[in-house]
Design a protein around this ligand. Structure first.
Ligand code: AMP
Ligand code: MN
Ligand code: MN
Ligand code: MN
Length: 270
């Protein structure tokens, strides 16, 4: 079972790298990639623990690009984690996240739901901050029951505490990942909903793969993006997007990459 989309406490997952590998082993995963948001902090621990348990693993990341004020999540695989340009790029990404956290905090204070943003920053030293950690602070303060309610009522796009972000364009992210020796896949295209002609241009700009298999994709979306990948000459990736959060409703291995496409992806790694 191949699951190439998993999160840990290095970003907004609820399991530590060691707990995640243990859970993946229990679920029957044989190949895994951790793909935390804008950080590779968990990769080394996951690699070591996976090796100990006989699970194959590759480096991974989920980078947030921005286009027309909307987030475009992009998955990098097989990256060189020692690449210095990649490290500098990710430092900037995380700085943008911290600045955005302050703005969301101001917005929540105006809405009579103050949270301690300094504490969130301090508690996540070296890791990546996002709205899920804001949601957790809101849960702790009793403003909402779970992460889902926090997004549905306050933090999601078009909701009162939403703050748009600025950041790298998808083409820049592709170039950065390629320079670090990685392959680039577009995460959950069925959720991000970029128009197909835009995906065609990203393919021309070097995009290597589409995440055809994802927990949010029903059979029709899988069929659509599988045929689009074939037409554009793109590889396929897939995974669950497990965060260890009950309100997210996703389990490890709940969506997987068929072995045939794992073999092709692996063969394409530089
Ligand atoms: P951010 O990184 O700040 O843009 O936050 C985006 C993250 O929030 C995603 O990667 C998901 O993990 C999480 N998320 C998005 N929508 C929801 C939702 N409706 N309920 C719970 N978590 C969500
Ligand atoms: Mn997430
Ligand atoms: Mn995503
Ligand atoms: Mn994800």
């Amino acid at each position: 079972m191949v699951d190439l989309h998993l999160h840990t406490t290095a970003s907004d997952g609820r399991l530590t790298p060691l707990e995640l590998v243990a859970a993946a082993a229990a679920a029957g995963v044989t190949v895994m990639a951790v793909t935390d948001h804008d950080t590779i902090a968990a990769c080394a621990d996951v690699r070591d623990e996976a090796q100990r348990r006989g699970i194959e693993t590759i480096t991974g990341i989920e980078i947030t690009a921005v286009e027309n004020n909307r987030d475009v999540h992009m998955l990098g695989y097989f990256l060189d984690t020692a690449d210095r340009e990649l490290a500098a790029f990710l430092d900037r990404q995380r700085a943008i996240r911290r600045a955005r956290l302050e703005h969301i905090g101001e917005r929540l204070a105006e809405l009579a739901m103050p949270i301690d943003t300094a504490q969130i920053v301090a508690a996540s030293a070296g890791r990546s901050i996002g709205r899920p950690q804001v949601a957790d602070a809101m849960i702790a303060a009793g403003y909402v029951a779970d992460r889902r309610e926090a997004f549905d009522r306050w933090l999601g796009s078009d909701r009162p505490a939403f703050v748009p972000r600025t950041g790298a364009a998808p083409e820049q992210v592709i170039a950065t990942v390629h320079r670090a020796g990685g392959l680039m896949s577009l995460a959950h295209p069925g959720r991000t909903k970029l128009p197909d002609p835009r995906l065609e241009r990203l393919a021309a700009a070097g995009l290597d793969a589409l995440e055809v298999y994802h927990s949010d994709h029903d059979d029709a979306l899988i069929a659509h993006y599988a045929s689009l990948a074939d037409r554009l000459g793109l590889l396929r990736t897939g995974g669950s997007d497990f965060h260890g959060d009950p309100s997210h409703g996703v389990s490890i291995g709940g969506s997987t990459l068929p072995p045939e496409y794992w073999t092709r992806l692996h063969a394409a790694a530089r």
